[in-house]
Each structure stands twice: as C-alpha cells, then as structure tokens.
Design a protein around this ligand. Structure first.
Ligand code: UDP
Ligand code: MG
Length: 311
C-alpha cells in the first residue's frame, strides 16, 4: 500500500481539484493507497471541505491540528499517521504534479529508500522566491555537515523504514528535507517541472520563509557559532594593528586629536560584531530551550477516516 501525505493550510479553493487529480494518479499505479490530509489549523473552511471528501472516499484519512503548527509539523504528523509501505509528501496546491508519484514508486521498487523530486523548472513563482530559494539551497549545502540536495523541496517518497526513522527523531525545529538527508539510506532524484498554484496564494509569507531558513541552517550546522569566533579573531587583529599605528602616531607627534574618526569606527565595528555573535549564541540557546521543554510536537483536535483509530 502507498500513502500520500498532504499538508493543508487554507486551501479551500483548490482542494477538490487536488483530490480528484491525486486519486486518479494514485489509482493509475494499480496498488491500494490512502491519502492522509493534515489540516494545519485552517480558518477558511478547508476542514469542512476535507470532511466532505472523506465521507465520499474511504481511502481518505484526516488529521486536524488544534491550531496552525506549520508546514513541517503537518508533514511530520502525516508521516506518523501513514500506514503505507511508501509515504509520499506532496503539497495541496498542485504545484507538484501527482503523476510524478508513479515514477517515485518505480524507483522505490528498484530499491531506493528515498526518492526526492528536483525542480528542473518552476512556473508561477515571483523572481524573489526563485532567487532567494536558489541562494538558500546553495548556502545550506555549503554550511551543512550532511549532503543536501539542491532545488529539492518536500515532494518526496520515503520507504517504510525511512519514514519510521524520520518519526523517531524528536526535534522540534524540524527541517524535514534536511532530516531526510541526514538519515542516509539510498536516495535517488527524479526531475520534474513545478507548476504554478491552481488556486489561492502562497501560505509562506516572508516571515515564515525566514523562520524556515534559520531552522534549516541552525539545525544542520554549528558554523554560525564558529563564524563568531573567527570574526572575533579578525577584529582583534585589526584592533591590534590599529593600536600600534596609533602609538607610533603619538610618539612621532602627529595630530592625534583627529583620531576621533578611527575611534568611532572601531567602536561601531566592535559593537556590531559583538551583537552579531551574541545573536548567533541566542539563536542556539533559544533552540536548546524549546527542545528541553519536551512539549509534544503538535496537538491533534480530531481524526477521521482511520480504520481503527477513530477519535
Ligand atoms: N502549509 C501548511 N502550513 C503552513 C503553511 C503551508 O500546511 O503553515 C501547506 C500548504 O497548504 C501547502 C504546502 O504547505 O500544501 C506548501 O505551502 P505553499 O504552497 O503555500 O508554499 P510555496 O509552494 O509557496 O512555497
Ligand atoms: Mg505551493
């Protein structure tokens, strides 16, 4: 059996079209399948729509969060509730074509544990999204200690054991695609063309995107901390050289009072570097704090359509 996991946040306009196309694409594979929709605290009637879909189709399972926990936790919950031998994560807006899943499944049959989609072309995105994504994936790859594929989103298939390995990782700040890379296993890529959204607007405004990017970098690299040390060293060296120059100027009787400029430049530079390094420390300490509280990752308000787990 195959499971498709779909995070849903305010997607009421497009969800019917998605369900029709996705279930056709899955039926074409020929094996039994289920579709797990995770409603991430939608406020636009998506939940009603999903319930109607579930009533008409017994291959549909629904998980409803108590509030908006975010895309990455919705994916996590979906994978945890999946019963299939393969688990494929796909967005609800039809940007990732469900027909590609057949190709994922074929690679899985050949023995891959992870099959991820790589976007060869992206339609209908702003230049800012394209440019920032391009930079982000490359920065991520150079900073991270594990091998990260570039231009790959969360559209990917996991084998049962990869899915279980992933759900055994308890961290709160989840950067799922990085965690999958960390798992290792045999991963292969499949290229596809990413379409424009069928309906609605992106649910990733700039602030959410920034949070997502910091989660990715902080979770997979301690290099920002090391950067602080290097910056400190470079600035101290510069300060040392300046000090020698200033002393020589004083001894040779140059007009020292004019040194006000260099002084203020130094003070500004140093306080900038100090704030930056304190900021980097703060980011990590904040993360340690959220992890040690040991809260559950998300809360489920309602389950529907699950064979034996009806809530
Ligand atoms: N999503 C979610 N919770 C959120 C934001 C987004 O579950 O807080 C879902 C959304 O419904 C969609 C997927 O995550 O299925 C990807 O979001 P979106 O298409 O808005 O992101 P983009 O493609 O613009 O990066
Ligand atoms: Mg999208």
């Amino acid at each position: 059996m195959h499971t498709v996991v779909v995070p849903v946040y305010n997607e009421v306009e497009g969800i019917d079209a998605f369900h029709a196309r996705c279930s056709d694409a899955m039926a074409a594979i020929g094996d039994p399948f289920e579709i797990v929709y995770v409603d991430d605290g939608s406020k636009d009637g998506s939940w009603l729509k999903l319930q109607r879909i579930a009533e008409a189709d017994d291959r549909v399972r629904l998980v409803r969060f108590s509030r908006n926990f975010g895309h990455q936790l919705a994916i996590t919950a979906g994978i945890e509730h999946a019963a299939g031998d393969t688990v494929t994560v796909i967005d609800a807006d039809l940007q990732d074509p469900p027909e590609v899943i057949a190709e994922f499944v074929a690679r899985w049959r050949e023995g891959a544990d992870v099959v991820y989609g790589v976007r060869s072309v992206r339609h209908g995105e702003s230049w800012f999204k394209l440019a920032s994504a391009k930079v982000f994936y490359r920065v991520m790859r150079s900073l991270s200690d594990v091998e990260m594929p570039v231009d790959a989103g969360d559209f990917r298939l996991l084998s049962r054991r990869a899915a279980e390995a992933l759900t055994s990782m308890p961290e709160h700040h989840r950067y799922v695609r990085g965690m999958v890379a960390w798992l290792g296993f045999d991963a292969v890529e499949v290229e596809y063309v990413r379409d424009a959204r069928v309906a609605g607007v992106t649910k990733y405004p700039l602030a959410k995107m920034m949070r997502f990017a910091t989660d990715g970098i902080m979770a997979f690299s301690v290099r920002p901390l090391r950067l602080a040390t290097w910056l400190g060293l470079v600035v101290s060296a510069a300060a040392f050289v300046t000090a020698i120059v200033l002393v020589i100027m004083r001894l040779t009787g140059a007009a020292v009072v004019q040194g006000w400029t260099s002084l203020s430049v130094l003070v500004l530079l140093l306080s900038g570097v100090q704030l930056m390094t304190i900021g980097a420390l703060g980011e990590y300490i904040g993360r340690i704090y959220t992890e040690v509280r040991h809260r559950p990752l998300y809360l489920v308000r309602e389950l529907k359509g699950f064979p034996r787990r009806e809530a």
